[in-house]
Ligand binder design. Structure first.
Ligand SMILES: NC(=O)c1ccc[n+]([C@@H]2O[C@H](COP(=O)([O-])OP(=O)(O)OC[C@H]3O[C@@H](n4cnc5c(N)ncnc54)[C@H](OP(=O)(O)O)[C@@H]3O)[C@@H](O)[C@H]2O)c1
Length: 311
């Protein structure tokens, strides 16, 4: 999802020499393949959007794969980028790097101040290692080799290219599927798990791509003005959050579902709030452009056009 959006963004800026690889074309856990790729392509800049990602169920079922794959992917890419003279690299992390009980909104300095959420700890530990890998290469090779590797931590993302798997998707694609199917079936009511009161933050993927390119392109003095050598990551959020009930109403609206929305409070709610501080990014001069209403409409239209789901 994010990798494709970054490519769209770069193409819209008239970049023509964009080199990509899908998972089928190259397994980034394969050190020899990554080495051969960098030696052949010699890129100037690298956006590392590939990762093994998934929801609570996948993280709980495959913890070994989540830590191994993500560490291998990022170690191979970051190290081979360095060996092949890449000076600019952007690593994509996640808001789950922050402690489970971090103060809200979560700011960059909350990193490594407390225990992580156990369900996705292996994934989060790999992401933290990715940030620290970038920082360590900057510290050791910044002056000598001009290495400037940066990290961005996205909030929950949605948009074209998302995963609509019935059991293994994030909240927005899951709700879009639920309301779309209810509309097609003329169902009188859609029931949402939990009370609807937890608050979450969402960012449209093209905004995430724009923020990624913005952070990559910042001159070093400006980037350094909001970061430190050992705390160099930047949060990328929407700036405000919504309740699950508000989100459900917005998705119902985008899909054209006109029935009732009910809640099942016997089902778990999860954390009451997960909200990131985007102050640093805002201070650097970036704000999101796509409202939730527009983002959901775009997403739903794209799904209907691509026929990702049966209509
Ligand atoms: N989506 C969100 O809400 C969200 C939130 C916070 C952070 N992020 C971060 O943003 C980045 C992009 O996420 P996304 O939502 O765009 O996920 P995505 O749509 O699943 O994209 C990740 C891509 O990485 C590929 N990949 C996985 N393992 C690979 C390997 N060993 N070798 C080569 N390619 C591999 C996947 O291919 P396959 O699908 O074929 O495995 C997929 O194409 C990730 O770092 C993620 O942690 C995403």
């Amino acid at each position: 999802m994010v990798g494709s959006a970054i490519v769209r963004n770069l193409q819209s800026q008239a970049f023509t020499n964009i080199v990509t690889r899908t998972h089928a074309e190259m397994d980034l856990t394969d050190q020899a393949a990554v080495k051969a790729f960098f030696e052949k392509e010699k890129p100037d800049q690298v956006y590392l959007a590939a990762a093994k990602v998934g929801g609570i169920h996948a993280n709980n079922t495959f913890p070994a794969e989540f830590i191994y794959d993500n560490l291998m992917v990022q170690n191979n890419v970051i190290h081979q980028a360095f060996l092949n003279g890449v000076q600019k690299l952007l690593f994509l992390g996640s808001s789950c790097i922050y402690p489970k009980l971090a103060a809200q909104p979560m700011s960059e300095d909350a990193l490594l101040t407390g225990k992580l959420e156990p369900t996705n700890e292996p994934y989060a530990v790999a992401k933290i290692a990715g940030i620290k890998m970038c920082e360590s290469y900057n510290r050791q090779y910044g002056a000598s080799h001009g290495v400037d590797y940066r990290s961005v931590m996205p909030t929950n993302l949605y948009g074209p290219g998302d995963n609509y798997h019935p059991e293994n998707s994030h909240v927005i694609p899951a709700l879009i599927r639920k309301f779309h199917e209810a509309k097609v079936a003329n169902a009188p009511e859609v029931i949402i798990w939990g009370t609807g009161t937890p608050k979450r933050e969402f960012l449209y993927v093209d905004d995430m791509a724009a923020a990624s390119v913005f952070v990559m392109d910042l001159d070093k003095a400006t980037y350094d003005s909001q970061t430190q050598p050992m705390q160099s990551h930047i949060n990328v959020g929407f700036g405000s959050d919504v309740t699950i009930a508000e989100l459900a109403a917005a998705v119902a609206n985008a899909t054209g579902y006109q029935g009732k929305i009910g809640f099942d409070p016997s089902k778990p709610d999860g954390a009451p709030r997960k909200w990131m501080s985007s102050n640093k990014l805002n201070m650097l001069g970036w704000v999101p452009r796509v409202s939730m209403e527009l983002g959901l409409q775009n997403t739903y239209h794209e799904i209907l056009e691509q026929k990702f789901m049966t209509q």
